[in-house]
Design a protein around this ligand. Structure first.
Ligand SMILES: [Zn+2]
Length: 258
């Protein structure tokens, strides 16, 4: 059966001499496909797979137990400006790796989030900010990407009231395992409570509820970024780890450059 679908590439690995095995994020989970002679036959799809693009692919699916075969691919939209930026390219590497682990459920929101994240990065790159501001916004966008991924996975952080007792006062602790705010009374019965500030809560609320494209226009974030990024980054990193149970390799490289 031939299936035609839009897709983003998540990974590709050399297979034997001249072929590639690629993982595609489609609007209906992840498809693995073999691309025969992808290297030699770059005109048909070899180079498409190496770019940061939204693709349209034709996949031949034999049956459930066989790897699909990529028959044809074409670029719908190429994010060239991201390929030229070291910061955005590394951000895309990270996003792809997260989705390889997270986007296995049949949920089209992962595909939408991928597209919106790329669009936001593109818009940011087009803004010609100086490097410092650009890096700050990429850092924030990645945190927003993480919180939105957790939301799709059904473990959206609860940022309104204590997740144990429902109290909305004195909620200046956070639990990764419980996935939300903890009040000063309940903190004693939680093993992994992390002290947070009002600023951290505000930061997480903004990235949870604001669309990605609006995040890069949000001036308030500039003021709360410095005081809260370390705490929010730590919470997101541990929450993602708790969800996928794996260390994300590309994270370290991205951290070093941002
Ligand atoms: Zn409580």
């Amino acid at each position: 059966m031939i299936k035609n679908t839009n897709a983003f590439i998540l990974s590709y690995n050399q297979y034997k001499n001249s072929s590639i095995i690629a993982s595609f994020l489609t609007d209906n989970s992840i498809i693995q496909a073999i691309c025969y002679r992808a290297k030699k036959n770059s005109k048909s799809f070899g180079s498409d797979l190496e770019s940061i693009s939204k693709l349209n692919i034709n996949i031949y699916k034999k049956n459930e137990n066989h790897l699909s075969i990529l028959k044809e691919s074409s670029i719908i939209k190429n994010y060239k400006i991201l390929e030229k930026s070291i910061y955005s390219s590394l951000a895309v590497f990270y996003i792809r790796e997260i989705f390889l682990h997270c986007a296995k459920d049949f949920d089209n929101r992962y595909f939408i989030l991928m597209e919106k994240t790329l669009d936001a990065l593109e818009s940011l790159e087009e803004n010609n900010y100086d490097d410092k501001i650009k890096k700050m916004y990429i850092d924030i966008l990645i945190r927003a990407f993480e919180i939105k991924t957790l939301h799709i996975a059904g473990i959206s952080p609860n940022l309104d009231k204590c997740i144990i007792c429902g109290n909305s006062d004195n909620t200046l602790f956070y639990s990764i395992l419980e996935g939300g705010l903890i009040c000063s009374k309940c903190k004693n019965i939680i093993k992994d409570s992390i002290k947070i500030t009002e600023n951290d809560k505000l930061f997480m609320r903004i990235i949870k509820y604001t669309s990605l494209i609006d995040i890069i226009k949000n001036e308030d974030l500039k003021n709360i970024y410095n005081n809260s990024i370390n705490n929010v980054k730590n919470i997101m990193e541990k929450s993602i780890f708790n969800h996928i149970n794996k260390t994300v390799k590309s994270r370290k490289v991205l951290e070093e450059i941002l």
